[in-house]
Design a protein around this ligand. Structure first.
Ligand SMILES: CC(C)(COP(=O)(O)OP(=O)(O)OC[C@H]1O[C@@H](n2cnc3c(N)ncnc32)[C@H](O)[C@@H]1OP(=O)(O)O)[C@@H](O)C(=O)NCCC(=O)NCCS
Length: 198
């Protein structure tokens, strides 16, 4: 019976490649650790993501990829543009009932809409693959670009919480957001109306 299969097994079985107009999202491997460490080793990224350490070494990247391969509690995709890694996007399943979307891009790749494009691909994957009604996410109050991505994807603000950020070594306020399946599906089906001049 389907419900007898533990959720992690389903998650692993469905690891796949996602394609968007400009991006390919795929599972990271040990061959990617150099690129991951080069991209992630930046304080501006670490200070806006909860668990990314700073500095971020190749050993950190190796441990991360190994944990994923061992069936960790995250569904993570490496984001590639023109066959080169530019960042990561993923779903954190630490709380199985409320999976959480997260993402980061190497700073050289900011400001070109890649964050929104990658987030949208993962949101589609999430609602198409999993029978859950909500996806949550969060952005530091001092992180307007991430907030903007979430709002463009249909997330609705649900409150402010204090969360610990490893690179800060302390807790800081985070705007929390929630995207419901019904809002996602409404946005996906919102085709342009046609106007006829009478
Ligand atoms: C957040 C992050 C992924 C954004 O990626 P990106 O590719 O630059 O984002 P996009 O270009 O898709 O969209 C960013 C939006 O924020 C807007 N924005 C950027 N800086 C802004 C600011 N200071 N104030 C208001 N809006 C801002 C952009 O104009 C853009 O909106 P638009 O498309 O309507 O113009 C990237 O900055 C990053 O990796 N930051 C560090 C890690 C992080 O914050 N992760 C998110 C926490 S889970």
């Amino acid at each position: 019976m389907l419900q007898d299969i533990p959720t992690p097994t389903l998650r692993e079985a469905r690891a796949c490649v996602l394609e968007t107009e400009r991006l390919t999202l795929r599972k990271p491997t040990l061959a990617d650790v150099k690129a991951i460490a080069r991209l992630a080793n930046n304080r501006r990224i670490a200070e806006n993501t909860r668990r990314l350490p700073h500095p971020y070494s190749q050993d950190d990247a190796i441990a991360f990829v190994r944990a994923l391969a061992a069936g960790g509690r995250e569904t993570v995709f490496l984001i590639e543009n023109n066959y080169a890694p530019i960042g990561m996007v993923g779903i954190d399943w630490r709380d199985e009932a409320t999976p959480e979307l997260g993402y980061w891009l190497g700073v050289d790749h900011w400001g070109q809409g890649f964050g929104t494009e990658a987030a949208r691909a993962l949101i589609d994957y999430f609602f198409e693959e999993f029978d859950l009604d909500y996806l949550i996410s969060g952005a530091r109050v001092a992180n307007p670009s991430s907030r903007n991505i979430l709002e463009k994807c249909g997330f609705q603000w649900s409150g402010v919480e204090l969360h610990r950020f490893e690179a800060l070594g302390s807790s800081t306020p985070v705007d929390c957001f929630r995207l419901s399946r019904s809002v996602w599906s409404s946005l996906k089906n919102w085709n342009n109306s046609t106007r006829r001049e009478g």
